[in-house]
Design a protein around this ligand. Structure first.
Ligand SMILES: [Cu+2]
Length: 111
């Protein structure tokens, strides 16, 4: 009985360690879409994600300031580096722009 109990304890500890590894411990899950901001444009301009999906914008334009803004829906703030992530909880089409460069536009379709 003693040996069996020890075996069971070993199994729980091993699986716990595996579950921790599988769940990541290495940061949040990957986004459903990645949009690069470079050369004063959003690339790709149009992205589609499922309801509950996340989009990550990467500010990668040599430090040039940009802004991901869809009034009433999401707002990255003005930034020249790093990333901005938004989770879309509702279906719809979201048009966004950069307030600094109004000709920069993009669309996220959530369905
Ligand atoms: Cu911009």
């Amino acid at each position: 009985m003693q040996a069996r109990r020890a075996l069971r304890r070993h199994w729980i500890l091993t699986c716990g360690a595996l579950a921790t590894t599988a769940a990541g411990c290495s940061g949040p899950p990957a986004p459903d879409a990645v949009i690069e901001i470079s050369n004063v444009q959003f690339s790709p301009m149009d992205a589609t994600v499922p309801v509950g999906g996340t989009v990550e914008w990467q500010f990668d334009d040599g430090g040039l300031l940009h802004h991901v803004e869809s009034p009433g829906a999401f707002d990255s703030g003005i930034s020249g580096a790093g990333t901005y992530t938004h989770t879309f909880d509702h279906a719809g089409t979201f048009v966004y722009t950069c307030s600094i460069h109004p000709y920069m536009t993009g669309t996220v379709t959530v369905r």
